[in-house]
Design a binder for this molecule. Structure first.
Ligand code: ZN
Length: 101
């Protein structure tokens, strides 16, 4: 599947860069695990969060980076808002008692 590619890469990198990290490419299967993940058309090693509308690099951490993003307060807040179908940012579960609507 990757014969010509790896041949070229091996030849090109043999001289200097021996410890270059292998960049994790975006995997479409991540979309199935995380409904909010999509690919970044600008950069194949980047993933994009459709909830936060941010790109983040998955190149170095792979799916770990995606898990990490999922745990960020910002993402959780927005994901919760989306789940509840609210766009006013009033999240009961996160701000108990402050939402009187
Ligand atoms: Zn997000």
């Amino acid at each position: 599947m990757r014969s010509s590619d790896s041949d070229i890469a091996a030849t090109a990198k043999k001289t200097k860069i021996s410890k270059l990290k292998v960049m994790q490419k975006y995997k479409p299967e991540w979309e199935k695990q995380y409904g909010w993940v999509t690919s970044d058309s600008q950069n194949k090693t980047n993933a994009r969060c459709t909830i936060c509308a941010v790109n983040f690099t998955s190149g170095s951490g792979g799916i770990g980076q995606i898990k990490q993003h999922q745990e960020t307060p910002k993402h959780r807040f927005k994901a919760e808002a989306k789940k509840n179908g609210r766009s006013d940012g009033c999240i009961r579960s996160l701000f108990r008692g402050k939402c009187n609507k």
